[in-house]
Design a protein around this ligand. Structure first.
Ligand code: NAP
Length: 293
């Protein structure tokens, strides 16, 4: 592959800033989004083509980068994209989906000479905006080398974890930690409200010690101020945790903390919090502090 021409499918909270970084380094050729108005806005802002559909986008690019919500969405997008892809093209998937689906879709595309790199990311919308995401890559090392400049456009770190699916397996491990940290921070801050502690000083002193972490730094103040704009949607974390438990079942092991987080996030989503940032978990923790739901 000589010149890289990348196209982005899925211009949500993560995909749009990734597209901006790709345009910034001159690698973005086209964009497509299911809700057409979003694609129109981004295409106009970045001065790139707005594809008429996934296959049209694939026909204009040799690297197709996807960033959609869940397994079934990726499956739909790949089915629509495949007719436009040719031998030598690479599909780079930055969505968080199951490793099992990843391997199946990669296998399908390999039949038409298309390579797959799973490249889920961590670092939040701030990481996407700042171009500092941590990328967990799975795939053939030659394929990863070819498309590395695409990932470098928005990554602070790119780590090759092994063959196709290893990136998504790593992301599942990441999400176990993300959920545990959210559980701990939201429960602790709900508790601090009961103790009437001064919130700004509390966050500063906690962040400076052993309890300090990204979630506290980036979401502590906003959650105490009752602001939950995404961010990372709670419904998407719940989807990730279901991927983790499905993987655990395959391995005949259990993830008790993830089960607890699933119960809490299910309660949050059932109460209308699907699109609220994952820090909205504090609402559930406030309600359970005294044993009442
Ligand atoms: P988002 O803001 O909700 O955006 C989702 C994107 O996927 C939208 O562009 C949406 O199109 C598109 N989409 C969903 N279903 C589709 C379908 N069936 N066909 C075509 N397009 C479809 O979500 P996000 O936060 O960007 O997350 C995207 C992925 O990155 C998820 O897998 C998420 O778990 C992962 N992730 C998110 C974060 C984070 O902090 N937000 C961090 C790391 C990883 P419409 O505009 O038409 O709805």
């Amino acid at each position: 592959m000589n010149r890289l021409d990348a196209g982005v499918i899925g211009l949500g909270a993560m995909g749009a800033p990734m597209a901006r970084h790709l345009a910034g380094v001159g690698l973005l050729a086209a964009v497509w989004n299911r809700t057409a108005s979003r694609a129109a806005t981004v295409a106009e802002e970045l001065g790139v083509a707005r594809a008429s559909g996934p296959a049209d986008l694939a026909g204009r690019c040799n690297v197709v980068l996807t960033c959609v919500s869940r397994d079934e969405d990726l499956q739909e997008v790949i089915a629509a994209c495949a007719p436009g892809m040719s031998t030598g093209d690479v599909l780079v998937d930055t969505s968080t989906v199951s490793p099992t689906l990843t391997r199946r879709l990669a296998q399908q595309l390999s039949g038409q000479g298309v390579a797959w790199v799973d490249a889920p990311v961590s670092g939040g919308v701030e990481g996407a905006r700042n171009g500092t995401l941590s990328v967990m890559a799975g795939g053939d090392s030659a394929d990863l080398s070819r498309i590395r400049p695409v990932l470098e456009a928005f990554a602070g770190r790119i780590t090759h974890m092994g063959p196709v699916g290893s990136g998504q397996a790593t992301k599942a491990v990441n999400q176990v930690m993300v959920a545990g940290i959210a559980e701990a921070v939201c429960e602790a801050l709900a508790f601090s409200e009961k103790l009437n502690l001064p919130s700004e000083r509390l966050i500063e002193v906690l962040a400076a010690g052993a309890a300090g972490n990204w979630f506290l730094d980036h979401r502590g103040r906003t959650m105490l101020a009752d602001r939950f704009e995404p961010g990372f949607k709670s419904g998407l974390l719940l989807k990730d945790l279901q991927i983790c438990t499905a993987l655990a079942r395959e391995l005949d092991c259990t993830l008790p903390m993830v089960e607890a987080a699933i119960a809490d996030y299910t309660a949050l989503v059932d109460a209308g919090g699907h699109d609220d940032d994952t820090s909205a978990l504090i609402r559930i923790k406030r309600a359970t502090d005294n044993g009442k739901h």
